[in-house]
Design a protein around this ligand. Sequence first.
Ligand code: GUN
Ligand code: ZN
Length: 440
Amino acid sequence: MKAYRAAILRFVTDLEPRHAALYEEDGLLVVGPNAQGRQVVQAVGHYHDLRTRFPDLVVTHWPGRIIAPGFVDLHSHYPQTNVIGSPAEGLLPWLEKYTFPEEMRFSSSSYSTQAVQFFIEELLRQGVTTALTFATSHPVSVQAFFTEAQKHHMRLITGLCLMDRHAPPDVLNQPAAQGRLDATEQSLLDSEALIRQWHGVDRLGYAITPRFAPSCTEAQLRGAGELAAKYPDVWIQSHVAENKAEIAWARALFPASRSYLATYADFGLMRDRAIYAHCIHFDDDDRALMRDTGAAAAVCPTSNLFLGSGFFDYAGADRVGLEYGLASDVGGGTSFSPFHTMLAAYYVGREGQTKPGLSLSPQHVWWQYTAGAAQALGLDGVVGNLQPGCEADFVVLNPQATPLLARKTALASNLDELLFSMIVLGDDRLVERTVISQAI
Ligand code: GUN
Ligand code: ZN
């Protein structure tokens, strides 16, 4: 068992509102192995109350620091680190001009490996301990990812990108070398082999990953849906309703479906553990379809602002009751930092504000990158929080990390003011250390 003394931030997810935070000025976090030997939170609370229950424990004291749940990034593309900050007229030209040429390089195992190593180091520097991320259409890009991820004992989820049409040949799924199977059949066989090899190994997870409906034939979407039914605890990830031109294209390709989103439902790709990035241009029937199927939205505000895609409608989402969490969407997104993304989410909430007051409270914004994102993944009580039983992934924040942070956080007279200061002024300098739960 290990114990840490500092201020502690966590979330009370079993009461309304589910995003209310609990803050202990002088807290104690006690961590120890569960029945499977994985380090989880054994107890958390006020230092003086808890100390008497654990009198023999050696306590690591971090005065002036804040222990908070490790961040959970609901959507990104590990192969797009080099694409960050590439401006284009909109999504489709951005894919053609910058993204597909970079993703082609991931047919190389060594190129993939160095990219994953950088990506994971960057997650850790920024305090992200769980991530759902795209690989490319090349199986070696998935192998490289899981191989490196396993070394770090992190909760990381990825999958082979399914795209069998409408992109340059080198970025599409490839037919079998002997020519017996076409690219579509091979991509589905590869996906299933990767599920069997990696899903549930240590803390790794597999996600069935149709890039978006316009890049997949009907046969590929149907096969992906069959895999989703056969492996119900595997995740699904895709994109939807990000950009007007993309939506028109998807509607033209799948005219029988009620909407772009409904295309995924029609192929069996909407259920619990299905995460759809963007979800901007929805009507209430789409929102209800998300809610009723248990699918969740990955809100990507820096990406949506950078590519000019639009603004996620928080008021609409809350009115209908669909689940959502925040995501970096690197490399359409502009930053690995959860603080940058949380600030952008606040701006986006302002844009769609329907009631007076604050659009999104700082507790609600922080929840979306931690406990809320975990809930969207079906991992509530597992990651994204520091309640007893949660895996012991956490960050140690230093509110004195920069002169301005020190000056501003010292003036905070309540929790919301403190969290706002960090959301607005924070970046990787605020994250003093990132601690990953170990298996003993
Ligand atoms: N839609 C299909 N592919 C992509 C991608 O790589 N990034 C974003 N933002 N949207 C997409
Ligand atoms: Zn994306």
